[in-house]
Design a protein around this ligand. Structure first.
Ligand code: ARG
Length: 428
C-alpha cells in the first residue's frame, strides 16, 4: 500500500493533485495535510469541505505557536526582504516540517505539493523535504499543468472546485502577513484597488499610541494607550505597563489595532529566487509595528559598532529566510551573534500609529547606552572628563584628510604641465 501526504489547501491546484497522484503516480492512497499558521477560518472550512467531497482523509495541524516563534526570531534579526516582512517565506518551513511529521506517522513514502515551477514555495518546501527519505512529488510542475487544463480536468472528473474558490487575486494569509498577487496586479503600473485590502483600513486622521515591551528582543506585552498622549512621559517601568500576551494573541491583537490605522501596506517589485521580478502587495500591521519598535530599542541599547555590524547580519538572515533556509549553518552562526546582542534588548517602546505609519516616539531600557549627564549641555564633567578635554581631540580630528589634501595640492603645483594642458609654458 503506497501512501502519499499532500500539502492540501482545498484550492484548485491541490484538489486536482489528489486524483493525479493516484492516476499518474500510482499511489494507492492520498492523505491531505493542512497546517494552521493563522489562515482565516474560511480557508479551513474550504479545505475541510473539499476534502470531504473528495473522500480525502485530511489532517489539520495547529502550528501557530511554532510559527509565531519563528516570526519573533525574524523580529530579533529585523528581517525584511525588499521591504516585505517574510510572512509566507517564514511559514513554509514550518508547514513543510509539520507535513513531514504527519507523513511519517501515517506510514507514507512520499510527499507532494501543488506549487508551480515558477514560484518560491516549491523551493522552500523541498529544501525541508529532501532532507528526509521521502519521495518528493510536484504534479503541477512535473506535468506542466495550466490553470485552464486544471479547470477542465476538474470539470471532467467532477471534482469539488467552485469558481468561488478562486477569486481574482491569488492570496496567501498567515499570522505575519497577507499577500495579494495576480490578476491586474501583475501589471506594475496598475494602482491597487481598495478591495484588495482586508487587514488594513484606509489611513485616517486619527492617531493612537501603543507600547510594546520586549524581553531579550522578544515582544512579550502590549499596551494600547489610546489616542495621542504626546508630551507625556511613558510609564514603561510601571509594572502595569502592558498586558502580557502569548505570541499568537499579541500578533493578532496588534494586527487589529495597527490595521485600523492603515499601518503595514507594502507594494513592491519582488525579485524571486528564480530571478523573476514579480509585483506583490502585502499587509502586515503587527509586523511593521514590532519591527519598528524592536529597531528603536536596539538603537537605544546597542553601541554604534554593534548596530552597524548587525545591519549586515540582519540582511544575511533575511536573505536565508526568504530562501526558506533557516536551518542553514550560516543562520545558526548569525543567530549566535543576534542572540548575544539581544541579551540587552529588554525594555519598552512607544509607537505612534498615524496615517498608515508606525513611528517610534519613546523608548526606555535599563540597558540604555545613554547618560543624561553626558549628553546634557548643563554639566561640567562626564566620567571625570571635562569639556576642554575635547580640545585635543578636535585638533587631531581630520588630520589625515588635511594632510592628504595638502600633499595633493603640492604635487599639483610641482607638476610640469603637459602638451594636453596647452603646453605653452614648456614651449617658451
Ligand atoms: N512572494 C511572496 C513569497 O514568495 C509571497 C507569495 C504568496 N503567494 C500568493 N499566492 N500570494 O514569499
Amino acid at each position: 500500500m503506497k501512501r502519499v501526504a499532500l500539502a492540501f489547501s482545498g484550492g484548485l491546484d491541490t484538489t486536482v493533485c489528489v486524483p493525479l497522484l493516484e492516476e499518474e503516480y500510482g499511489y494507492d492512497e492520498v492523505i491531505g495535510v493542512t497546517v494552521d499558521v493563522g489562515q482565516p477560518e474560511e480557508e479551513f472550512r474550504e479545505a475541510e469541505e473539499t476534502a470531504e467531497a473528495l473522500g480525502l482523509e485530511n489532517h489539520v495541524v495547529d502550528a501557530k505557536e511554532e510559527f509565531a516563534s519563528v516570526c519573533f526570531d525574524a523580529v530579533k534579526a529585523n528581517a525584511t526582504y525588499q521591504g516585505y516582512p517574510l510572512g509566507t517565506a517564514l511559514a513554509r518551513p514550518v508547514i513543510a516540517q509539520a507535513i513531514l511529521e504527519v507523513a511519517e506517522e501515517q506510514g507514507c513514502s512520499a510527499l507532494a505539493h501543488g506549487c508551480t515551477g515558477k514560484g518560491n514555495d516549491q523551493l522552500r518546501f523541498e529544501a525541508v523535504w529532501r532532507g528526509s527519505d521521502m519521495e518528493v512529488i510536484a504534479p503541477v510542475r512535473e506535468l506542466g499543468l495550466t490553470r485552464e487544463w486544471e479547470i477542465e480536468y476538474a470539470d471532467e472528473k467532477d471534482l469539488p472546485v467552485e469558481a468561488g474558490n478562486e477569486g481574482v487575486w491569488s492570496i496567501d494569509t498567515n499570522l505575519w502577513s497577507r499577500s495579494v498577487e495576480g490578476g491586474q496586479l501583475e501589471e506594475p503600473s496598475y494602482v491597487p484597488p481598495e478591495e484588495i485590502y482586508d487587514w488594513t483600513s484606509e489611513p485616517t486622521n486619527e492617531t493612537e499610541l501603543v507600547e510594546i515591551e520586549f524581553d531579550e528582543g522578544v515582544p512579550v506585552a502590549l499596551d494600547v494607550l489610546g489616542s495621542d498622549a504626546s508630551g507625556s512621559q511613558s510609564d514603561a517601568n510601571a509594572s502595569d505597563a502592558g498586558e502580557e500576551l502569548g505570541s499568537v494573541e499579541l500578533i493578532e491583537r496588534l494586527n487589529e489595532v495597527a490595521g485600523a490605522h492603515g499601518v503595514g501596506r507594502t507594494d513592491l517589485m519582488e525579485d524571486r529566487m528564480l530571478g523573476l521580478k514579480v509585483r506583490e502587495n502585502y499587509e502586515h500591521p503587527a509586523a511593521t509595528v514590532l519591527l519598528n519598535a524592536h529597531e528603536a530599542l536596539e538603537d537605544l541599547v546597542l553601541t554604534k559598532d554593534e548596530r552597524s555590524f548587525k545591519v549586515g547580519v540582519d540582511h544575511e538572515w533575511a536573505e536565508k529566510a526568504y530562501e526558506g533556509l533557516l536551518f542553514a549553518p550560516l543562520v545558526k552562526a548569525l543567530d549566535g551573534f543576534v542572540d548575544t546582542t539581544q541579551e540587552k534588548v529588554t525594555g519598552t517602546v512607544t509607537i505612534k500609529l498615524e496615517g498608515g505609519t508606525a513611528r517610534p516616539v519613546g523608548r526606555e531600557s535599563e540597558y540604555a547606552v545613554y547618560s543624561a549627564s553626558a549628553a546634557s549641555f548643563n554639566t561640567e564633567t562626564v566620567d571625570g572628563i571635562a569639556q576642554e578635554d575635547a580640545t585635543g581631540v578636535a585638533k587631531y580630528h581630520g588630520l589625515q584628510e588635511r594632510l592628504s589634501n595638502a600633499v595633493a595640492e603640492d604635487v599639483a603645483a610641482r607638476d610640469v604641465p603637459t602638451a594636453a594642458d596647452g603646453g605653452s609654458e614648456t614651449e617658451n
